[in-house]
Ligand binder design. Structure first.
Ligand code: C5P
Length: 399
């Protein structure tokens, strides 16, 4: 598992810093080598001497140590390990990471590294729940920083709630997951649709919708992280292309269908795009002009192809598993069940897009997974967590 892995542990100044001594011991027992850096504040909680004794190596603390610098530069130090682990990650160090500060050795290394970074937050529950910390957490996650914990429980400050640092075995499992990612979908091709489609009225005007593409892009990224070859067919969004995914950019529903069909065969298809139900029958070749007193133009719409239903239709090219979404504002489950049957897909993820739920463009999603014989409510989750859960379920179904 962790044999031969090089872990660089950054210990920040929180009361749970003492737990790192146990973490270092266990990591070494598993065959990992551990190098450590203490933040300025951490030295108030654990001594460099204990850390050095357990890690059996140098302990770095000083940004401007001539001795350390002559042996190894900060940049080299930040890159010679397989992973950087920040435990405990205090509210302060998370804020510094989010802001990109390099005010001491620990933060400089975190800014200079090109290696994966895992943080194990630990702090008082009000500090954890504070909007500033949650915003910093979201920023760090969006940059691909891995997070383990915090756990719920009694805290050193006599309060109870989220904020306890994850236990050493959990941190080790998280390190293992980052360094030895599971690839259960390797060799599988999966088509994902995402974003809105836009339907031209004339060369400058369009019919569009509010889909951000966040959910579909997160699904593509999660499937790729499990080893799938992913073709992401996406309408216009402001999002960067997910790493390791083939992106086909389209505008209209017809282009989206053609791109999906061109990408087949596929083991699975996930239709997360908000496809316009209607396109304009005859888009004007030139910009439509308004003239004083003339009535506004009538725009004749025609139905767009249903991409999900088309991909789910029986036939040799049908992907083995076809998953759709049902965005509903009322009678969520009933409408979604009916939609699953009508479209012929295997699973539907039903989500509430009423204004109160804040799903469109928001960060979270509350979905129900509806299959032929079950309706499974999922908790409110970050869109990336929904994607992760769906990717895991797809991997299970295809195994
Ligand atoms: O019919 P409705 O738009 O509510 O269905 C939602 C599901 O169907 C989503 O998975 C969406 O991506 C898919 N869909 C599609 N092509 C359409 C309309 C919807 O793939 N033309």
């Amino acid at each position: 598992m962790l044999t031969g892995k090089k872990v660089f542990l950054i210990i920040a100044g929180g009361i749970s810093a003492y737990k790192c001594l146990d973490l270092i011991r266990r990591l070494r027992e598993q065959g990992a080598s551990v190098r450590c850096c203490l933040t300025e504040n951490a030295k108030e909680f654990v001594t460099p001497l204990s850390v050095a004794a357990l890690s059996q190596g140098p302990v770095y603390t000083d940004q401007f140590s001539l001795k350390d610098e002559s042996e190894m530069s900060h940049i080299e130090l930040s890159r010679q390990s397989d992973i950087l682990v920040v435990a405990p990650a205090t509210a302060d160090v998370m804020a510094k990471m989010a802001a990109g500060l390099a005010d001491q050795l620990a933060t400089t290394l975190l800014l200079a590294t090109d290696k994966p970074v895992l943080i194990a937050p630990a702090m008082n529950l009000r500090m954890w729940l504070h909007a500033a910390t949650q915003a910093n957490l979201a920023t760090l996650k969006s940059r691909g920083i891995h997070v383990v914990g915090p756990n719920d429980g009694a805290m050193a400050c006599n309060e109870f709630g989220p904020g306890r640092m994850a236990e050493a075995p959990e941190i080790m499992a998280a390190i293992d997951a980052v360094l030895n990612p599971r690839r259960p979908l390797s060799g599988r091709h999966i088509v994902v649709t995402s974003g809105p489609t836009v339907e031209p009225i004339d060369p400058v005007r369009i019919i569009a919708n509010r889909s951000s593409g966040k959910q579909g892009h997160a699904i593509a990224a999660a499937l790729a992280a499990l080893g799938a070859r992913v073709t992401l067919v996406s309408g216009p969004t402001a999002l960067p292309d997910p790493e390791g995914v083939d992106v086909v950019r389209i505008e209209t529903a017809r282009e989206m269908l053609a791109a999906c069909q061109a990408a087949l065969p596929a083991a699975a298809a996930v239709c997360a795009a908000a496809v316009a139900d209607w396109g304009v029958k005859a888009p004007a070749g030139q910009k439509m002009k308004k003239s004083p007193g003339a009535p506004p133009p009538a725009i004749e719409l025609i139905p767009n192809p249903d991409i999900l239903a088309t991909l789910a239709a029986p036939g040799a090219a049908r992907p083995g598993l076809v998953v759709g979404f049902a965005a509903e504002t009322e009678n969520l489950i009933e409408h979604a069940r009916e939609k699953r049957a009508r479209k012929g897909c295997d699973w539907i993820l039903a989500n509430d897009v009423s204004a109160a739920a804040g799903t469109f463009g928001g960060e979270t999603n509350r979905v129900h997974l509806i299959t032929a014989d079950a309706c499974e409510p999922w908790p409110v989750l970050d869109k990336r967590a929904v994607a992760q859960r769906l990717a895991d379920r797809i991997a299970e179904a295809l195994s």
